[in-house]
Design a protein around this ligand. Structure first.
Ligand code: IPM
Ligand code: MN
Length: 373
């Protein structure tokens, strides 16, 4: 059996951690009887600085031939923040309509959590982050009053409704950004989360801020309630995002599946990463069940460690395990996760986890382990 997978190392430590991850996935393939044909895409800061290209039509055409992309990280000191993130990472998520951002929050055996008195049995849930709407849609503007000659209706509204001002005479500098929730967009994410919960502990928490942002998240809640009617076996609850940050810390064992709009999902999964041992151990999948999905560590490119072979590859390897699950290699996916756990218990880890091993050494160790574990 052969799988064709696209790989984007990207910037900073990205190429090193993806190289380690590929070795582990290839080794898993040898054991479980499949072969991965990798196609590397040169996308990232170096190319952008040389050519000005972020994500080209040709990149998109190329990537669309795959149903899985293995992605390292994007971001570089030499480029203004936001350009690469929006122009490449978010562009891929949006272009391929990867409407689910699946982020497991799971404390592996042998990993230290900053939460006192909590162990692997307490920290094991999944965040389903809606991945194409909310404040990420990129509709917004900075308005510098008459200097910019903008007469957007929405700016008039903001002036008159909010401040009782007249945009023509009282113009001052302001900016706005719009969050969008559509019934269709919310429903497909919420339905995915219900299906996942139904296959797990049958408990689903919706995280929002409907008490204040009541238009967008009021619609989100209505959709959640409508979808819930089709899943009578799944226990549901609503939590506000501010409160849920407390409960993640105090009672992580309450959670099984959490579904949330894009922006809150971004924030609470960094908190989730920390309780499962840090960003070095947090993977994610950007999923379009019928299209091109992308698997990546949720951490960034750590440019200052570029080329030093010190970055922790475990989040990327774990993302590789999610990729294997996605392409139907479930046994191999489980073995990769077991190999990660074994390497941690053996203390064969990088500096950030208290070890002394190099990125490439951990990759090779996992590649050996995955053949037997
Ligand atoms: C993430 C990142 C991205 C996001 C950035 C880099 C655009 O923080 O994957 O969580 O906000 O989604
Ligand atoms: Mn983030």
């Amino acid at each position: 059996m052969q799988h064709r997978v696209a790989a984007i190392g990207g910037d900073g430590i990205g190429p090193e951690i993806v190289a380690a991850g590929k070795d582990v996935l290839d080794a898993a393939g040898e054991r479980f009887g499949f072969d991965i044909a990798w196609t590397d895409f040169d996308i990232g800061a170096d190319r952008y600085l040389a050519t000005g290209d972020l994500l080209t039509e040709e990149d998109i055409r190329g990537l669309s031939k795959f149903n899985a992309i293995y992605f390292g990280a994007i971001g570089d000191d030499r480029v203004k923040p936001g350009i690469l993130e929006k122009g490449i990472l978010l562009a891929i998520r949006f272009h391929f309509d990867q409407f689910i951002n699946l982020r497991p929050i799971k404390l592996l055996d042998g990993v230290a959590t900053p939460l006192a008195n909590k162990g692997p049995q307490d920290i094991d849930f999944v965040v389903v982050r809606e991945n194409t709407e909310d404040f990420y849609v990129g509709i917004g503007s900075r308005f510098a009053g008459r200097r910019e000659q903008k007469t957007l209706d929405v700016v008039r509204d903001i002036y008159s409704v909010r401040f009782g001002l007249d945009v023509e005479t009282d113009a001052e500098e302001l900016a706005y950004q719009i969050g969008v929730v559509t019934r269709e967009g919310a429903e497909r994410a919420i339905r995915y989360a219900f299906d996942l919960a139904a296959a797990r502990e049958k408990k689903l928490t919706s995280v929002d801020k409907a008490n204040v942002l009541s238009d967008v998240y009021g619609l989100w809640r209505d959709v959640f309630t409508d979808v819930a009617a089709g899943y009578p076996d799944v226990k549901t609850e609503f939590n506000f995002v501010d409160a849920v940050t407390m409960w993640f810390v105090k009672n992580p064992e309450w959670f099984d599946v959490v579904v949330t709009p894009n922006m809150f999902g971004d924030i609470i999964t960094d908190l989730g990463a920390m309780i499962q041992g840090g960003l070095g151990l947090a993977p994610g999948g950007n999923i379009n069940p019928n299209g091109t999905s992308m698997f990546e560590p949720i951490h960034g490119s750590a440019p200052k460690y570029r080329g030093l072979d010190v970055a922790n590859p475990l989040a990327t390897v774990w993302a590789g395990s999610m990729l294997l699950d996605h392409i139907g290699e479930h046994e191999a996916a489980a073995a990769v996760l077991r190999a990660i756990e074994r390497s941690i218990l053996d203390g064969f880890v990088t500096r950030d986890m208290g070890g002394a091993k190099k990125t490439s050494e951990v990759g090779r160790y996992l590649a050996t382990l995955v053949k037997t574990v």
